[in-house]
Design a protein around this ligand. Structure first.
Ligand SMILES: Nc1ncnc2c1ncn2[C@@H]1O[C@H](COP(=O)(O)OP(=O)(O)OP(=O)(O)O)[C@@H](O)[C@H]1O
Length: 261
């Protein structure tokens, strides 16, 4: 059970997906996805490799177009937005991707200032400095402000990567495999950060992972993707207290056989 208490407004869906289909040629990836992400909620999307989790995130962020169905984000139908409207919407979404690496030649301060100066022309140097210091305090790395990324541990770099997203104060966070490639202790640290972000920034998040420990620690709800649909949705306990053979084999593979899917 997730220990942290979430403040979820179940009357407001920040992402609303209905009957979503997506194929690539004869490969039918998404086959009728429905999902509401409520304000303040963390939903974990769990599924084996190649089930379409990244495709789902790309459709939510407008990088791919659905074949059928609707995707509303913060009240806007993503598919109907023009480039400028899509850019404005994307500023309200924080993307934490596996490959969203820091700029090695920039200090932590410069890495964090960059999205602000690029996206908020006219912002003063003082405002940038204040925002950088605040976000560093929020992710517990105030002391790293003058360091280079190469001087940080993997977990610290991940924290700074998330801080770089948070500095634009997103309403929604999309985490793609936040703990991939991290050792168990660093993973636990990132899971805590995801929950701290939810609390401090009042974000609503979709967390894509195959890591059941991450799912259990961060998810208010878990959605299990199987065969292009959400086969099961609910709390971690509800989902895994299941007599569904495929879900049980996923659980056993990760927790008992120690696989990383
Ligand atoms: N642009 C594309 N063109 C053709 N096929 C694609 C495209 N994007 C994804 N696919 C295919 O769709 C399927 C789902 O891919 P996706 O990356 O969403 O899987 P995933 O669940 O995120 O997997 P993983 O956990 O390994 O990242 C895969 O078979 C992939 O090859």
């Amino acid at each position: 059970m997730k220990k942290h208490i979430s403040h979820i407004d179940r009357s407001t869906a920040v992402i609303s997906i209905r009957d979503l289909y997506k194929s690539f040629g004869s490969l039918h990836v998404l086959k009728g996805i429905d999902l509401d992400l409520f304000k303040g909620e963390n939903v974990v999307v769990l599924g084996r490799s190649g089930t379409g989790k990244s495709v789902l995130i790309k459709i939510i962020s407008g990088l791919l177009k659905p074949d059928k169905g609707t995707v509303q984000v913060l009240g806007e139908e993503v598919d109907k937005l023009n480039t400028k409207e899509l850019q404005a919407l994307r500023l309200k979404i924080g993307f934490s991707f596996q490959n969203s690496a820091l700029y090695d030649s920039m200090t932590v301060r410069e890495n964090l200032a960059f999205p602000l100066t690029r996206n908020k022309p006219g912002i003063s140097d003082d405002e940038v400095e204040e925002a950088v210091k605040q976000v560093l305090e929020d992710v517990g790395l105030s002391q790293a402000i003058n360091q280079m990324p190469s001087e940080l541990s993997g977990g610290q770099r991940k924290r700074i990567g998330i801080a770089r997203t948070l500095i634009l104060r997103p309403e929604i966070m999309l985490y793609d495999e936040p703990t991939a490639g991290l050792d168990p202790i660093t993973s636990a640290d990132i899971n805590s950060l995801i929950n701290e972000v939810q609390e401090l920034y009042h974000t609503s998040s979709i967390i894509i992972t195959h890591d059941l420990t991450c799912a259990k620690a961060t998810g208010d709800r878990i959605a299990v993707m199987l065969n292009g649909q959400f086969n099961k949705m609910g709390s971690f306990e509800e989902v895994f207290d299941s007599d569904n053979d495929e879900i049980n084999s996923f659980y056993n593979y990760n927790f008992i056989e120690g696989g990383s899917a």
